[in-house]
Design a protein around this ligand. Structure first.
Ligand SMILES: NC(=O)c1ccc[n+]([C@@H]2O[C@H](COP(=O)([O-])OP(=O)(O)OC[C@H]3O[C@@H](n4cnc5c(N)ncnc54)[C@H](OP(=O)(O)O)[C@@H]3O)[C@@H](O)[C@H]2O)c1
Length: 283
């Protein structure tokens, strides 16, 4: 599988397995299925409450830890220097690991309505300072952010030593966040796409159905092919083994430039309704 080289030289498999709500019914066995399907890059977060399942699946797979790329995230309710250090230790303990490959600030601000919502600039800087220290101690191989728009990144990079390696954003046909993607790339920050299938909200889009039929693939796979060809690292989630395998093969199809352009210019669709600076809108 293709690997992407981050701005600090660390490499990451371009296709990872998303674990949000993946373990709700069957726990760690879903993650073990993903590993058996061939995934070595696993995306979790403190908020998903499944770091223990991810760690257990990695151990039970019998595959050496250093063959995996494990991401976890600092929850938005735990921003700040001391909180970050404490939360990182908690994540590591739940994973049962000695290091994390990639640690991200999950959202740039506390939740909408939280008393610290307007204090985000200071909180982000404090968290980042804690993450820089953990990175320099060798306990994290790369540090990054998620859901950061240009003004959040500008604040973070103003007084920091380490440039984020990754910005993980909601990205799929119908929601391309061009400004955030371009700004990140201009600063050497790689892009990861969360909800690369639009959490299955794109399945009935006529344009995507038409183009997917032309290539003889599902709409889900078309979304993933489009994201890969856009240069994004993707994190599809599925609880079904055959879909896990299908999603891993997303790099086998080549979408013609004309179809890429048509998808790029489609109307907004499949957005989760989540925005870092605003209240969530139910889609
Ligand atoms: N940083 C953030 O703020 C953030 C936010 C959200 C998500 N994420 C990360 O991104 C990952 C993926 O996002 P997501 O879970 O929201 O959504 P997603 O991967 O876009 O979509 C998952 C949905 O698509 C279905 N699906 C998967 N493969 C399919 C296929 N080949 N054919 C048809 N349907 C298919 C799944 O159903 P089944 O499970 O039933 O197969 C599930 O309903 C998460 O798991 C998480 O790791 C990060």
């Amino acid at each position: 599988m293709k690997e992407i080289r981050l701005n600090n030289g660390v490499t990451i498999p371009q296709i990872g397995f998303g674990t949000y709500k993946a373990t709700t019914a069957d726990g760690y066995e879903v993650v073990l299925d993903a590993i058996r399907s061939g995934y070595r890059h696993l995306d979790t977060a403190a908020l998903y409450e499944n770091e223990e399942d991810v760690g257990r699946a990695v151990r039970e797979s019998g595959i050496p830890r250093d063959e995996f790329f494990i991401t976890s995230k600092l929850a938005r309710y735990a921003l700040g220097y001391e909180n970050t250090k404490r939360e990182f230790e908690a994540s590591l303990k739940k994973l049962g690991m000695e290091y994390i490959d990639l640690y991200l600030i999950h959202w740039p601000r506390p939740d909408y309505g939280d008393h610290d919502f307007d204090n985000w600039e200071k909180l982000d800087m404090e968290s980042w300072r804690a993450m820089e220290e953990l990175y320099e101690e060798g306990r994290i191989r790369a540090i990054g952010v998620s859901n950061f728009l240009p003004h959040h990144l500008e604040n973070l990079m103003k007084n920091s030593r380490v440039t984020p390696a990754i910005n993980q954003l909601e990205l799929h046909p119908g929601y391309l966040q061009k400004e955030a993607v371009d700004f990140s790339r201009d600063h050497g920050i790689e892009i990861e796409a969360w909800s690369p299938i639009g959490r299955a909200r794109l399945m009935n889009e006529p344009l995507l159905i038409e183009i997917s039929e032309k290539y003889g693939i599902s709409v889900a796979r078309l979304c993933l092919c489009f994201d890969l060809q856009s240069g994004f690292i993707i994190l599809p989630k599925s609880t079904h083994r055959e879909r896990m395998e299908e999603n891993l093969r997303a790099d086998e199809i080549n979408i013609e430039e004309e179809d890429m352009q048509r998808i790029m210019s489609m109307h907004q669709a499949g957005w989760s309704g989540e925005h870092p600076d605003r209240e969530t809108i139910k889609p």
